[in-house]
Write a protein that binds this ligand. Sequence first.
Ligand SMILES: Cc1cc2nc3c(=O)[nH]c(=O)nc-3n(C[C@H](O)[C@H](O)[C@H](O)COP(=O)(O)O)c2cc1C
Length: 165
Amino acid sequence: MELSDAIRARRSVRKFKKDIPVPQEHVQKMLEAAMMAPSALNTRPWQFYVVTDERTKQALLRVHPYCRLETAPLAIVVCGRPDKQPGHGYWPQDCGAAIENILLQALDLGYGSCWCGCYPTQPRADGVQKVLGTSAVPVAIVAIGVPDETPAAKGFFDPSAVTYL
Ligand SMILES: Cc1cc2nc3c(=O)[nH]c(=O)nc-3n(C[C@H](O)[C@H](O)[C@H](O)COP(=O)(O)O)c2cc1C
């Protein structure tokens, strides 16, 4: 798919075909895409958790009820590593760039996805951190799978959001 088309075709998908797993080679491609994202001073302040285990998905749903893992066969939890950026705190932006790359790579491979935010909603971030047993800061749970719905586009060009100087 052309990049311009992919950007415009992406939607948040929240219902997936539960019994179609995502093969490891596709998971690998999404992780590679994530790690191709730019980061401040090239500090790459991220850590990725790949979740396919049903018990872990249920535990994530308990701490983040809107993380859309009811039917998703796969979640990639993108976490930030503030410890890699002493003196500045661009890691949430860096993780955001990595997350968007995952969404677009997923689309190109034929999957739907949903970015489900954690940090800075502290109870969610703390809960997800506990489930994963990590000291990294969960920024988003990305739910991924073959779509079982075709949501309408919500993105649009809004001229009032632009100022020309
Ligand atoms: C930072 C962030 C947090 C989000 N958190 C959630 C979430 O917890 N659950 C959810 O279903 N969607 C979540 N979304 C998806 C948005 O609701 C969605 O992107 C928005 O409604 C626009 O729809 P679209 O992605 O189909 O264009 C989140 C998106 C972003 C960027």
